[in-house]
Design a binder for this molecule. Structure first.
Ligand SMILES: [Zn+2]
Length: 479
């Protein structure tokens, strides 16, 4: 029923000092590709963002943008590059990206060193090419085309590229600092941040037709520790009728065997409805009428792990351990960790109650280790339509749908404040390139870099064309 729809979400499972830069690239390598190559060479594994941030902010300043360094520390470098100074107070269209990358890692050998930024075979190779430095280059290059217009006329809005640290480890050194300290200064009316790319081969009836998912909501993470302690005789030669390892396994088994309740939340219903519209045919009809076709649709959805995760609250047992001891010693304590992912509408307390009941053992102590921020889904509004229009101008005939993402990223910090926030990497990437994210040989086609720049350029253009009905209630201060 849903076929290869799952690859739309693949992205979410991963999410030296500068030299003088030539003004333009040469014939075969466009400037944007050279810029990305140089940015990749400033290795910026989370916690070491400063040099890369200094490099990229310097480039932006040299291009003519108004640059503000918001925090300047080795492990927390955050800056903005804007058409107008932030102090102008204009309503702001924010294009969000992150400076940090994951370590080289991955399985297998690299064709080119991961921080070499090699340009070869029409691609830019290296850590961050897709996630997320390529996107930053697209945003900056698109905004560059509006610098002259911005100084010649007084646009009713600002456009700001916001580059942050620490996304790969939860955003505490980046997006979190921004929303806590700088949100009034930046004054965003909308944030376009990271998300999945467009993919081919998803639509059954038209495999050549591209499909883009713009994320409007995320599942929230909830990490739980389950501890069971019990004083029993200590020797494994005489097993007590009840002891922690056995009791814990039985409790976890009850939890693992629980039935996952199918929940078609508003976000998933919208997503499948729009997918159904794009898909057409009988399959499309079923997706548009989930209630009616539920008996046929649900079994098919359960067979696709990713899709199944999008219509249920999930619980994954990610660790079980006891204190170290010899093989014949019965431990007195056992811990397990659960990684739970909740649909946006789920009540946490109710969910915890359900876990407690499923475990069926009142002696298990349950502690929430970390709870992801709660962010209500973003409505599909005019800002969604602007991005959709921009995508269609660069990729005519594509399908565009709003999606619920199975994992969270920096977007949620802004969404939690009620700011419309959309996640998308606005390029088309085939599966084999998506699989290089957080893996060996991450690389981005030069063509995709230019197309993505085109989408952001169109996005700003659409905003200008739309007349951008900024009114007083959008906080427009005196210029
Ligand atoms: Zn990322």
């Amino acid at each position: 029923m849903v076929g290869r729809f799952a690859i739309l979400f693949l992205f979410f499972f991963f999410c030296g000092p500068c030299k003088v830069i030539p003004a333009e690239g040469n014939d075969s390598v466009p400037y944007s590709a050279e810029l990305l190559s140089r940015y990749i060479r400033h290795a910026s594994v989370t916690g070491h963002e400063r040099m890369a941030g200094l490099f990229f902010s310097t480039v932006a300043r040299q291009m003519g943008f108004h640059v503000e360094i918001l925090t300047d520390e080795p492990a927390s470098f955050n800056f903005t590059a804007s058409l107008y100074p932030l102090s102008s107070g204009k309503p702001n269209i924010v294009l969000l990206n992150h400076i940090d990358v994951v370590p080289a890692g991955g399985n297998g050998d690299y064709t080119y060193p991961p921080f070499s930024g090699t340009i070869s075979g029409g691609k830019i190779w290296g850590r961050g090419a897709i996630d997320n430095k390529g996107m930053a280059v697209m945003q900056l290059m698109a905004m560059k085309d509006y610098l002259d217009a911005a100084s010649a006329t007084d646009l009713p809005f600002n456009v700001t590229m916001l580059s942050v640290s620490g996304e790969e480890t939860g955003g505490h050194t980046g997006a979190m600092i921004i929303v806590e300290n700088f949100i009034d200064l930046i004054n965003p009316v909308v944030v376009y941040g990271e998300g999945g790319s467009g993919v081919p081969d998803v639509l059954k009836r038209e495999p050549d037709r591209k499909l883009f998912g713009i994320s409007t909501a995320f599942k929230r993470s909830l990490w739980i520790e389950l501890k069971l302690t019990m004083t029993t005789s200590g020797h494994g030669s005489v097993p007590p009728s009840s002891y922690v390892v056995q009791d814990k396994i039985q409790a976890l088994n009850r939890l693992a065997e629980r039935n996952r309740r199918i929940i078609f939340s508003e976000s998933t219903r919208n997503m499948f409805y729009e997918l159904g519209r794009v898909e057409g045919g009988l399959r499309g009809l079923a997706l548009r009428n989930l209630r009616l076709f539920r008996p046929f649709v649900v079994p098919a959805m359960k067979r696709e792990e990713v899709v199944y995760a999008l219509i249920t609250n999930t619980i994954t047992i990610t660790a079980i351990n006891t204190p170290e001891g010899p093989p014949n010693q019965i431990p007195q304590e056992i811990r397990a960790i659960l990684d739970c992912r909740l649909l946006p509408e789920t009540d946490v307390d109710e969910f915890l109650d359900k876990i407690r009941r499923s475990l069926g053992n009142s002696k298990v102590e349950m502690t929430v280790i970390r709870e992801g921020i709660h962010a209500p889904p973003t409505r599909v509004d005019e800002y969604y339509e602007y991005m959709k229009e921009a995508l269609l101008r660069v990729y005519p005939g594509s399908g565009v749908i709003p999606v619920l993402a199975p994992a969270s990223n920096d977007n949620n910090y802004f969404r939690a404040l009620g700011i419309p926030t959309y996640g998308i990497l606005p390029i088309l990437l085939p599966l084999h390139l998506l699989e290089t994210i957080h893996n060996v040989d991450e690389r981005l086609p030069v063509e995709a870099l230019e197309e993505g720049t085109g989408v952001y350029r169109e996005l700003i253009g659409v905003l200008i064309e739309s007349g951008y009905g900024i009114s007083d209630d959008l906080n427009l201060t005196d210029q």
